[in-house]
Design a protein around this ligand. Structure first.
Ligand SMILES: Cc1cc2nc3c(=O)[nH]c(=O)nc-3n(C[C@H](O)[C@H](O)[C@H](O)COP(=O)(O)OP(=O)(O)OC[C@H]3O[C@@H](n4cnc5c(N)ncnc54)[C@H](O)[C@@H]3O)c2cc1C
Length: 311
């Protein structure tokens, strides 16, 4: 067992965890960052909308962030955290390979998983020709023919938003009967609907090909769709005892109703974007630093504002 008492263990080495480590390292805190290396956006290969890193390979971005953290008291472990629980005046964090460590606080920034609909052929095209976020990916395929998949999570607002990037958009309902308001928005956006079932997707030189249930095919430059997400909170059970982290997050700095547990990134209350995730990691780090000062020097800082209800 690692006998050090860290100021903070950070779970997750994406933009949220890395920026949290930077703020805490520069605050002279002793930090351990544990990361299992499978970021949500890895399928895309590169990232956009991050100043000075627009189009940067995700692996390079992470490697450069880690290299800059070398100047501070931040230790990295490439490992998977399997449990994190309260030990009273500290937290106890256990990773698969490297075992158990103790820390005064836990910054949980493990992200979420995108849940893809069970359309055959969609998964291999995810991040390459099938996307969720127009701000991240639509520029690269602008003015091409888009399909918006509406057979799972309703995606009509996504279709309307995409009219900025293409005026040739088709909404694929994949056999789902659209409620009136969904149909009305598509009509207002001038996006036609195809109701036929989708049998499979295939790679195509233009982007992708859709094979419909009746065997007809159509090619598109890209497909967009809204997805369900799955918060990566398994290691926090049973400490969490709540359906999700959002229900225990109490303020916009990542504090939670569970003492010593902070949350940042896609798991928190921000928009799910890399720059927002990084910003929330910085905010949570500042909250942690202030709360540790409060603990070490009681009365030296005012108490944080009372918890706000989850939005
Ligand atoms: C295909 C795709 C493309 C995207 N492109 C863009 C884009 O171009 N620009 C943009 O701004 N946003 C983009 N996003 C959104 C962006 O990826 C997220 O908003 C951002 O990565 C969130 O950062 P995060 O630090 O919260 O989580 P993540 O980046 O997902 O990092 C979480 C980290 O925690 C680790 N982890 C999880 N569980 C454990 C555990 N138990 N133990 C140890 N480590 C663990 C994971 O391995 C991962 O490295 C994209 C998303 C997708 C799905």
């Amino acid at each position: 067992m690692d006998t050090q008492l860290y100021d903070t263990v950070i779970v997750g080495g994406g933009p949220a965890g890395l920026n949290g480590a930077l703020y805490l390292g520069r605050s002279r805190r002793r930090v351990l960052l544990v990361d299992s290396g499978d970021a949500r956006n890895m399928a895309a290969g590169v990232m956009h909308n991050v100043l000075t890193n627009d189009g940067a390979p995700i692996a390079d971005f992470r490697a450069r962030a880690r290299a800059q953290l070398d100047s501070y008291d931040v230790t990295f472990r490439d490992d998977e955290v399997v449990s994190a629980e309260s030990g009273g005046d500290h937290v106890v964090v256990t990773a698969k390979e490297s075992g158990t460590v103790r820390a005064r606080t836990l910054l949980y920034a493990a992200g979420v998983r995108s849940v893809l609909p069970p359309v055959p052929g969609l998964a291999p095209l995810w991040g390459k020709a099938v996307f969720e976020c127009p701000y991240c990916h639509a520029w690269e395929v602008r003015e091409r023919r888009f399909a918006v998949y509406g057979g799972g999570v309703p995606s009509e607002c996504l279709a309307s938003t995409l009219t900025v990037w293409s005026d040739d958009i088709t909404y694929l309902a994949d056999g789902r009967a659209l409620p009136e308001d969904e149909q009305d928005r598509l009509t207002a956006a001038k996006v036609p609907v195809l109701t036929e079932g989708v049998r499979e997707l295939r790679p195509h030189p233009e982007g992708l090909e859709v094979v419909f249930a009746d065997g007809r095919t159509a090619s598109y430059g890209a497909m967009f769709l809204h997805l369900d997400i799955e918060p990566r909170v398994a290691p926090l059970r049973p400490w969490l005892q709540a359906p999700d982290l959002e229900s225990v997050q109490t303020d916009d700095r990542g504090r939670t109703s569970l003492p010593r547990l902070y949350v940042a990134g896609d798991l928190g209350r921000n928009m799910q974007q890399a720059a927002m995730a990084a910003a929330s990691g910085g905010l949570a780090a500042m909250a942690i630093n202030a709360d540790l000062i409060r603990e070490d020097r009681p009365g030296s800082l005012p108490e944080p504002p009372p918890p706000a209800p989850a939005r």
